[in-house]
Design a protein. Structure first.
Length: 586
């Protein structure tokens, strides 16, 4: 084996890892929304968690990715530590699917059906289909499917390349002697753990071992301890990922480590104790891709069967290692580890945005109440609320911008854009709440009082604005498009109301029924109310634009909607309810 064979081996490994990466990305994009729903409902029992972890890992082809996501879920509060334990165990079993796929390279036979089962036969077909779907079709779902096919084909081509590169090693005595040394089980465990920790993927590490087995120089006795070590090495990714997280997230990474270390130790002692008594004949047999996949699966199943009943013990060990305290970490739910599953990260952003929305709405309601009953403590809460809303906008905006730079689907990109627009509008509503509070404070300090007629007009304006804010908030929280289309007609009524009330107040000024100073305060309040309704309209239109693929919404957006009978009907209804001629109800 010369230097060029080493280059070929490294190239094969690079293609293997790249293929696994883009296949996982394609699978996540394709199943992103469903994955979000599945993981957000999280498993209620260890067995359900185990099945969930195995299924998700088999889909995305990476136990490390699943575990990193789980660390992120626990850190962000989506999942409890007790729920994460079963999922971590399932992830170890789910990752064995990759080894079984790779074992297909060893299939032998002359029939057409047997030959088509070999990856070297069907991978080129998948690559051809994948490139057509990815390059020539516009449907994003079909593009994602093409990405999956291309990733799988590249992965299998990388595996074949690695196998071809190491084939000359079978004739080198030193290479054979190297694996004789690995028959020292402890050395094999350490090598397997080190290699896997370096390349950050147990699937890739097992793939390399399967490729090396094609030389015929590796016995099962040498392979078994390496496979055991690979399961410990894969913990490195989760441990690194947990740095900087909250205590429960770090405990989750420790559960992963404890499970693999204790499982490896238990299997190690059980297997070698039995081998000392029974002397398993297969230990001396030549390892191949199939037998390595079988051992890999058997180990993870045995370890899970041994440890699943003791899931609470693992949880207690994690709590003993990292004791509880009263830590509070603001915005810990916005965990960048969730970037591994963009749809889940976006779902979490919606949850955080909902908290921001409620803060903004509460500030507005409190500020409006100060106009009639000023209280310095309540005014202070408005200021504090506005500062918190600003922090929410900064945290969410930064997180969403970083997320938008990832390889995400068109649907996810649209959701991010919508959220960025909406959090900006809700933050501005909070700013206008501050302006209203400052006007209330000025009135209190100057002992200024509006006339009864002005109070009635402001009350009508307040009712209209509170209604439009409630509509916008509910439409945002529930993605209610039917409610969103009602916001703009009411916003036009608020505009009409502002103009009408301002004109009436000018008349009162002319008749000396109101002072110039009160006139400025009245005008400021009308302007802030009207701007709030503008932001509510922006929120509703953002929701509708994001859902423009809905035929009914598309028709609404594309036509001159203000002339449409449905729009006119709503406008007249709101004008009757809140217009200048409406009966004021206190």
């Amino acid at each position: 084996m010369d230097i060029f064979s080493v280059f070929t081996l490294l190239g094969g490994l690079a293609m293997f890892l790249y293929g696994m990466s883009i296949m996982g990305d394609g699978l996540e994009k394709s199943a992103g929304g469903k994955l979000r729903g599945i993981l957000e409902t999280a498993a209620k029992t260890p067995v359900r968690g185990f099945l969930l972890g195995a299924a998700v890992t088999a889909v995305i082809q990476s136990s490390s990715a699943t575990t990193v996501m789980v660390v992120g879920f626990v850190n962000s509060g989506i999942m409890k530590l007790s729920q994460a334990v079963g999922i971590i165990m399932g992830a170890n079993v789910g990752t064995t699917a990759t080894a079984w796929i790779l074992s297909l390279t060893g299939i032998q036979g002359d029939s057409f059906f047997i030959k088509m089962l070999k990856p070297s036969s069907f991978s080129p077909v998948l690559a051809a289909v994948g490139i057509v779907l990815y390059m020539f079709l516009k449907d994003n779902r079909k593009k994602d499917l093409g990405m999956i096919f291309l990733g799988f084909a590249i992965l299998m081509f990388g595996m074949e390349t690695m196998s071809g590169a190491v084939e000359p090693l079978k004739d080198i005595p030193e290479f054979q002697q190297l694996f004789v040394r690995f028959e020292n089980p402890l050395l094999g465990v350490m090598v397997g753990a080190a290699v896997t920790a370096i390349i950050q993927s147990s699937s890739a590490s097992v793939g390399i071992l399967q490729a090396l087995s094609s030389t015929g120089a590796i016995s099962l006795g040498s392979a078994i301890p390496i496979i055991l070590g690979q399961n410990i090495g894969t913990c490195a990714t989760a441990m690194i990922s947990s740095v900087g997280t909250n205590k429960n997230a770090r405990r989750t990474a420790l559960v992963h480590l404890y499970f693999n270390v204790i499982g490896t130790l238990a299997f190690f002692l059980l297997f070698y104790a039995l081998n000392a008594v029974i002397h398993f004949s297969f230990v001396e047999s030549q390892a191949n891709a199939f037998s390595i996949a079988l051992v890999h699966t058997a180990f993870n199943l045995v370890a899970t069967c041994l440890m699943l009943p003791f899931n609470k013990v693992l949880e207690r060990l994690a709590y003993m290692s990292i004791p509880e305290d009263d830590e509070t970490e603001e915005f810990s739910m916005l965990d960048e580890r969730l970037f591994e599953a963009p749809s889940v990260a976006i779902g979490r952003c919606h949850d955080v945005a909902a908290e921001m929305v409620n803060l903004s709405r509460a500030s507005l309601e409190r500020a409006i109440s100060l106009l009639e009953d000023y209280d310095s403590a309540a005014a202070q809460k408005v200021e504090e609320g506005e500062e918190r809303v600003d922090r929410y906008e900064d945290a969410l905006g930064t997180y969403l911008v970083k997320l938008s730079g990832r390889n995400i689907s068109h649907r996810d990109s649209m959701e991010i854009t919508e959220l960025l627009h909406n959090i900006g509008d809700f933050e501005r509503i909070s700013d206008h709440a501050m302006n209203i509070m400052e006007t209330a404070r000025e009135m209190h300090e100057k002992n200024a009082v509006f006339s009864e007629e002005a109070w009635q007009e402001l009350h009508r304006m307040k009712q209209a604005v509170c209604t439009i804010v409630e509509m916008a908030v509910e439409a945002f929280e529930n993605n209610d498009l039917k409610l969103a289309v009602q916001v703009e007609p009411l916003e036009d009524v608020v505009d009409d109301l502002k103009n009408s009330l301002r004109s009436r107040h000018i008349e009162r000024l002319k008749e000396n029924k109101c002072t110039i100073e009160l006139g400025f305060m009245f005008s400021d309040l009308l302007t802030n109310y009207e701007r709030i309704s503008d932001h509510c309209s922006n929120i509703a239109l953002s929701l509708l634009t994001s859902a423009a693929d809905n035929l009914a919404v598309h028709a609404y957006l594309s036509e001159d909607r203000k002339l449409a009978p449905e729009y006119q009907s709503r406008y007249k209804q709101f004008h009757k309810q809140f217009g200048i001629d409406a009966k004021t109800v206190k």
